[in-house]
Design a protein around this ligand. Structure first.
Ligand SMILES: *[C@@H]1O[C@H](CO)[C@@H](O)[C@H](O)[C@H]1NC(C)=O
Length: 293
């Protein structure tokens, strides 16, 4: 059958329409935390799964209040003897696969706080010189330049994190934050209000008031809607990668996530994808959900 000119142009118009539909659909990515369990595989293994778009190296667990910053990567390597600089090659290999690699500062068990605006700018300078585009004699992860800093601030008050964000952002680095789902976050609200955060992966676990529970996503969805109305550029659904990853709950079986949760959040213009805690626990979950994030 030969197509008339009108038929042919109608056909190419509909093809264009279909292509533009595909482009405008919100393709999300998976962010993973790596670094807190020596048995979770290497950073290179993590990036080689092909499942992740972002890797948060966790954690810079002590900083601020004038103390010497401490990197903690559990059993992976010992920063105190300069034993983690070899990670540079792996970081660069991840970045060559278009995976963004961030340093996560804070965590659930660290010793950190910011005591003044001056303290915050000193920490920003330290991060810039030791992990980002600046220079230092002894960089803990070697010469690789990380893509950004993730604020996993669960202690140390709520002041001056905005100053840290502004100082880092002045250098043009990416910023991420991992607040708890009860809104607003006790530590990160002021920082997120700066509007400088590219990725906000909200922890919808170990937080009974707003996590998925009893096969019910209502509390999660109402908190999600609060988070997507913040100044965050992109919001991610932060989940445990297995039930054991979150003793106080929040795990969502993959099929329920795909059928009942993602369709209710992925139409938001701020939807960025899913964050998982952590690589150690991710023994199949990201494989099951990557189709649909
Ligand atoms: C939202 O997620 C569902 C389930 O994974 C998927 O079928 C749908 O295409 C997604 N919508 C968008 C806009 O990405």
């Amino acid at each position: 059958m030969a197509l008339s000119k009108t038929q042919a142009s109608a056909l190419s118009l509909s093809l264009l329409f279909i292509i533009s539909l595909c482009k405008s659909s919100q393709a999300g990515g998976i962010a993973i935390y790596w670094g807190q369990n020596g048995n979770e595989g290497t950073l290179a293994d993590t990036c080689n799964t092909g499942n992740y778009k972002f890797v948060n190296i966790a954690f810079l667990s002590a900083f601020g209040n004038g103390q010497a910053p401490v990197l903690n990567l559990a059993g992976h390597c010992d920063p105190s003897t300069n034993g983690c600089t070899g990670l540079s090659a792996e970081i660069k290999a991840c970045q060559a696969k278009n995976i963004e690699v961030l340093l996560s500062i804070g965590g659930g068990a660290g010793s950190y706080s910011l005591t003044s605006a001056d303290d915050a700018t000193q920490v920003a300078d330290y991060l810039w010189n030791n992990f980002l585009g600046g220079q230092a004699n002894s960089r803990p992860l070697g010469d690789a330049v990380l893509d950004g800093i993730d604020f996993d601030i669960e202690a140390g008050g709520g002041q001056f994190w905005d100053v840290l964000a502004r100082s880092l952002s002045g250098h043009g680095t990416k910023l991420a934050a991992a607040p708890q789902c009860p809104f607003p976050d006790a530590h990160l609200d002021g920082a997120i209000k700066t509007g400088l955060f590219d990725y906000v992966w909200v922890q919808f676990y170990n937080n009974p008031p707003c996590q998925f529970a009893n096969n019910n996503a209502a509390n999660l969805l109402s908190a999600w809607n609060q988070w997507t109305s913040t100044e965050a550029k992109q919001v991610f659904l932060g989940l445990p990668a297995a039930p054991e990853a979150a003793p106080s709950g929040g795990f969502i079986p993959a099929d329920i996530l795909k059928l009942q949760v993602l369709p209710n959040i992925n139409s938001s213009s701020k939807y960025g994808g899913v964050m998982l805690w952590s690589k150690y626990y991710d023994t199949g979950y990201s494989d099951s959900i990557k189709c649909c994030v």
